[in-house]
Ligand binder design. Structure first.
Ligand SMILES: NC(=O)C1=CN([C@@H]2O[C@H](COP(=O)(O)OP(=O)(O)OC[C@H]3O[C@@H](n4cnc5c(N)ncnc54)[C@H](OP(=O)(O)O)[C@@H]3O)[C@@H](O)[C@H]2O)C=CC1
Ligand SMILES: Cc1cn([C@H]2C[C@H](O)[C@@H](COP(=O)(O)OP(=O)(O)O[C@H]3O[C@@H](C)C(=O)[C@@H](O)[C@H]3O)O2)c(=O)[nH]c1=O
Length: 294
């Protein structure tokens, strides 16, 4: 099986490369800037048109949540127009697409876990562009699996785990919001899930269940609880630690509004594909070790 993944330096793309390297029957090729720019549709046509692959994984995105408030046109060009062009280029070649989206499509006002059927109402530019991207991908390519994931961390790129470890090396105490709830998700687990889904799509002769699914780490916490667990695992592998002080969102003003609750229900994915991610604490332990020890 050959996968083409957009966003070659991203957490999910690099995790897919890593996971595929341990499998003899999965090849991953990645495309990204400068040769493929999501804001340049011609470069997308070239990148996907030239590749002979079974599945396209659309993982590149404009992911700077606060910065997107100042660059809504660029965020839209990448997350909507770019995502549409990727899905459409795949559709032209009769290739299924697996596209990544986010928990930030929800307002967060519900107290329950969000299902795929729940109404969306993003509160920030990033969330709005990712939601419009979901619709654009679905309309461009009938063979689509859209995976909403959340709070992604990994040994690669920038993420909350690395930020907390950096801050812990600089100070004794870190204030972190405790009133935003979600599901921390390892990009390595996302990679495992994507490979599982892609294999199933191909083994079902591409008649697998298409549509929208939630894929997150198992279990939930708030950002302060996530930081606490990071501070527990870090010293185990010789890393820095600090005291986490829980604060409320009003004490940590940000440009973009984030949902107070974006916990996602993942039963639909389990029922359709028989796949579920490990508990987030288990995956965090592995990723912390990778970050600190290598
Ligand atoms: N990170 C998270 O917490 C979450 C992510 N997601 C979604 O999962 C997917 C993967 O996320 P993740 O791997 O963490 O993302 P990263 O932020 O790690 O990587 C995003 C990648 O997209 C690339 N990219 C951005 N703009 C463009 C562009 N104009 N043309 C080509 N490539 C571009 C970046 O390229 P470059 O290196 O050149 O900047 C980078 O390689 C995304 O769709 C994201 O929205 C969903 C929920 C949570
Ligand atoms: C660094 C830091 C953040 N925070 C808060 C701010 C925010 O409410 C929360 C998370 O911070 P970040 O800005 O690192 O995370 P953020 O960029 O909001 O993460 C999001 O990224 C996008 C791409 C997604 O799709 C989401 O699922 C989610 O992972 O923690 C603190 O309270 N203290 C701190 O020291």
């Amino acid at each position: 099986m050959k996968l083409l993944v957009t966003g070659k330096e991203g957490q999910v793309a690099r995790s897919l490369v890593e996971r595929a390297s341990g499998l003899h029957d999965v090849t991953v090729i990645t495309v990204g800037r400068p040769e493929m720019d999501l804001a340049d549709p011609i470069s997308i046509q070239h990148a996907i048109g030239d590749a002979n692959v079974d599945i396209v994984v659309s993982a590149a995105a404009y992911t700077a949540v606060d910065q997107a408030e100042d660059e809504p046109e660029l965020a839209h060009a990448v997350n909507v127009t770019g995502a549409h062009a990727v899905a459409s280029a795949a559709a032209t070649r009769n290739i299924p697409v697996i596209h990544l989206s986010t928990d930030y499509v929800f307002s967060g006002t519900s107290n329950a876990l969000y299902t795929e059927e729940d109404a969306t109402d993003p509160q920030c530019v990033y969330g709005r562009t990712k939601l419009a991207g979901e619709l654009a991908v679905a309309s461009a390519n009938p063979q689509h699996v859209i995976l909403r994931t959340a709070w992604v961390y990994s040994p690669y790129g920038k993420n909350f785990v690395k930020t907390m470890m950096r801050l812990a090396a600089e100070r004794d105490e870190i204030s972190v919001v405790s009133d935003q709830w979600g599901n921390p998700t390892s990009a390595l687990d996302i990679a495992d899930g994507i490979i599982h889904i892609a294999e199933r799509i191909l083994s079902d002769d591409r008649n697998a269940p298409y549509g929208l699914f939630h894929l997150t780490g198992t279990g939930e916490t708030n950002w302060s609880g996530f930081a606490d667990e990071i501070m527990k695992t870090s010293p185990v592998h010789g890393g820095p630690t600090a005291v986490i002080r829980p604060i409320s969102t009003s004490d940590y003003p940000t440009k973009a509004k984030r949902p107070a609750n974006s916990r996602l229900a993942t039963e639909k994915l389990k029922a359709a594909y028989g796949w579920k991610a490990p508990r987030w604490q288990t995956s965090l332990g592995e990723v912390s070790k990778r970050i600190l020890v290598g």
